[in-house]
Design a protein around this ligand. Structure first.
Ligand code: SF4
Length: 714
């Protein structure tokens, strides 16, 4: 084609940071392929990458701000929209107080350089303490553990997958997630490589996932009992004499106390609840400890449960006491060119507590499970307004129907979003930013979690058009209107950012970073990115505690053992438990308007084991009513031995059938929302993270007759 051009950039849709090669003719995207010269992903991409084009071209994507009126959505000019938003917020806060405005930051913010570098201005100018984010339905336990142990919430070690000989994966499915709190493009190849060098991959999961299929072995575990398995493993490590000294272990204050930490949890007494035999637990420990190098990695399935924080702590200490922390092939610390650890505060837990349920904040954010009650329960400090930036919490946080009700009765709501979706349909005004292909990008977040050190800058592929705005411009415009009394230095920073764009802040940050050879100019000359080498040992220099030691905070975690005892004393092994699942063609709730990604057989099904199905007289392909404490959904059954008996699974992010949504493809593939079943009162009390893994449910076959009647009635 005569005008065909090639552009290289990083895919921003998930954590994996794949390099992509975009062929285009003017603003027409011709193809999106993997960039073979990208030093991190080496040509790999997953099927989602093409959604960058779909998102850019989507006719349902809003290009101008819109206001909800009695006659429907009405377009506004940007100055008009921003003035109305600022006036709405000011009126609300004047009438009900500053904290009556809630703020929710969704997951896409962390994939967006402009947002990452400027959101602080939005938060300061809104002057509200009622902040929430997607962190507390995801990786919060990782942050808390790392803050305690290493002195900073972002000093997070990741598996050195490229060099390990033994990988123990608990509650993680990197073949669907493409790595998570472990930025690692092409995990399938990485797992194959482990096997090819005679290594071993063991997966522990209530579902035989895509990763389990690719592993050396898989063990089913009852959902949310991982804490018992991990306690027994720690106990066995000491019992079998595998605890060892290492450079990291020598830096750990009070490490000797770990020997008795899990003394009450033998492999024998956790076997029947977890579903893994004592013999197997002992073998798992032996093989892990005897491997030349090894790493234990736990992800979503472990994090989002009642003992998510204690479980992630145990994973960290298991790596520590077996000499796997900060060692090649173990858990290692990335060294990103933009050093976010040195540019942000260390984090804090429980400085304040939420008004209604007294849940602890983390680094200024209250848990998402507190949001609906803060809107619905009257009293001083009740949320009367809400600003939702790049999030869809109606689908992505527990008890979505309750949050729906909370949003419905607000006095004023604003969404910064591309679409009229399940959450933004409640907004008075929606402010739509430009598409990901119109943004400059440097991965501020995920280079800090990458399994190999790299740096890459991608300029915008397409210029924003007249009448479009970047996320960071929306932020700065709102800050200008709401924060007139900002300090002079803040005003100067905002002016510089507005004038030179966030790449100016990136350039400043890189100058202060650990690699003298990496600056913005060098990155601009290397469109495929710069290889900065494998992970390196970093302790004690990388520790952020002043004494350069690892603080195990044993008493804090030990106190939670009483709760473990109490919960598992009354454990009901007959209860059907619901878990979520992820698919490589899906990304939470926000890629279902891409025809290429949703086509084919419906993926929003209830997976259940043949024995569970037989027990409830459920037939494959027929509708089942699934009920929990908070709600019920009707969903097609998919009988499969992928699931452990007694466990059922529904993927998260679906449920686009709600009234008023304007995403035609997603609506045509609506599915049901897992979060209409998850319970906002189920939390990890230690940190406030949502406990959506292992929700007790009841199953009931929907009679064929009922389905026919319902259709006739319609
Ligand atoms: S794994 Fe897929 S969605 Fe994630 S960065 Fe790579 S191409 Fe993009």
């Amino acid at each position: 084609m005569a005008n065909e051009q090639v552009h290289f950039r990083t895919c921003t849709l998930c954590e994996a940071m794949c390099g992509i090669e975009v062929k285009h003719d003017g603003e027409k995207v011709l193809s999106i392929k993997g960039d073979k010269n990208d030093p991190f992903s080496k040509g790999y991409i997953c099927p989602k990458a093409t959604a960058l084009q779909d998102l850019h071209e989507d006719p349902d994507r809003l290009r101008k701000p819109v206001e909800r009126t009695a006659e429907g959505w009405k377009e506004l000019s940007w100055p008009e929209a921003l003035d109305k938003v600022a006036a709405g917020i000011q009126t609300l806060q004047k009438q009900h107080g500053q904290n009556s405005l809630g703020i929710y930051l969704g997951n896409p913010n962390v994939h967006n350089m402009g947002s990452m570098l400027t959101t602080k201005h939005l938060l300061t100018s809104l002057k509200s303490r009622s902040r929430f984010s997607a962190t507390s339905i995801d990786q919060l336990p990782h942050h808390v553990v790392c803050m305690h142990l290493f002195g900073h919430m972002l000093r997070i070690p990741v598996p050195d997958v490229n060099r390990t000989q033994h990988m123990l994966i608990i509650g993680g499915n990197p073949l669907a997630s493409n790595g998570s709190i472990m930025t690692a493009a092409n995990m399938r190849q990485k797992l194959k490589d482990i096997k090819a060098r005679d290594g071993k991959i063991v997966v522990i999961d209530p579902r035989r996932t895509e990763t389990a299929d690719a592993a050396s072995e898989h063990h089913f575990i009852r959902p949310a009992t991982d804490v018992l398995l991990l306690l027994a493993m720690l106990n066995e490590i000491y019992a079998q004499g595998y605890a060892t000294t290492s450079k990291a272990a020598e830096l750990a204050v009070d490490i000797d106390q770990l020997e008795v930490f899990a003394k009450d949890y033998s492999a024998e007494n956790v076997a029947s609840i977890t579903g893994i035999s004592a013999l197997e637990i002992k073998r798992l420990v032996k093989e892990f400890c005897e491997a030349e190098s090894a790493v234990c990695y736990g992800r979503m399935g472990v994090s989002v449960q009642e003992f998510g924080l204690l479980s992630q702590y145990l994973i960290m200490v298991i790596n520590l006491v077996t000499g796997r922390l900060d060692e090649v092939g173990g858990l290692m610390f990335p060294k990103p060119a933009l050093d976010i650890v040195n540019n942000t505060g260390p984090g804090y837990l429980a400085k304040r507590h939420s008004r209604v349920n007294s849940l602890p904040d983390f680094n200024g954010d209250y848990p998402v499970v507190a949001m609906a009650d803060e809107m619905l329960v009257p009293g001083e400090g009740q949320l009367k307004g809400f600003i939702n930036v790049a999030g869809n919490p109606v689908l992505s946080t527990p008890n979505g129907n309750k949050l729906d009700k909370g949003l419905e009765q607000l006095d004023f709501m604003v969404s910064v979003d591309y679409f009229v979706n399940e959450t933004s349909r409640h907004a008075n005004i929606i402010l739509p930013p430009v598409s990901p292909l119109q943004r400059d990008h440097y991965d501020v977040t995920f280079n800090g979690l990458a399994v190999h050190n790299v740096a890459k800058y991608s300029p915008a592929l397409f210029k924003k058009k007249a009448g479009e705005m970047h996320d960071w411009e929306i932020t700065l415009e709102l800050a200008k209107r709401l924060d007139k009394k900002a300090t002079l230095s803040t005003k100067i920073e905002r002016w510089l950012t507005k004038t030179f764009a966030p790449k100016f802040l990136l350039a400043q940050g890189l100058k202060r970073g650990p690699y003298p050879q990496v600056n913005l100019k060098a990155l601009q000359q290397q469109p495929h990115g710069i290889d900065l080498g494998p992970l390196q040992t970093m302790l004690p220099a990388g520790l952020k505690h002043k004494d350069k030691q690892i603080h195990l905070n044993i008493n804090f975690y030990k106190a939670d053992l009483a709760r473990v005892y109490e919960v598992f004393q009354q454990y009901n092994k007959d209860q059907i438990l619901l878990i979520g699942r992820r698919h490589v063609r899906s990304n939470n709730s926000w890629l279902h308007n891409s025809q290429r990604l949703v086509k084919g057989k419906s993926r929003c099904t209830l997976m259940l084991h043949p024995e569970t199905a037989a027990l409830h007289e459920i037939i494959d392909g027929q509708k089942v009513k699934v009920s929990s404490r908070v709600g019920c959904v009707e969903i097609e059954a998919q009988i499969t031995d992928e699931l452990m008996p007694g466990v059922v699974s529904i993927p998260h992010g679906w449920g686009h059938g709600r009234k008023g949504v304007r995403q035609s493809i997603a609506q045509a593939h609506a599915g049901v929302s897992l979060n209409d079943l998850t319970d906002d009162t189920a939390i990890d009390k230690l940190c406030g993270n949502a406990a959506v893994n292992g929700v007790p449910v009841q199953l009931e076959m929907v009679e064929q007759k009922t389905v026919e009647l319902a259709v006739e009635e319609l």
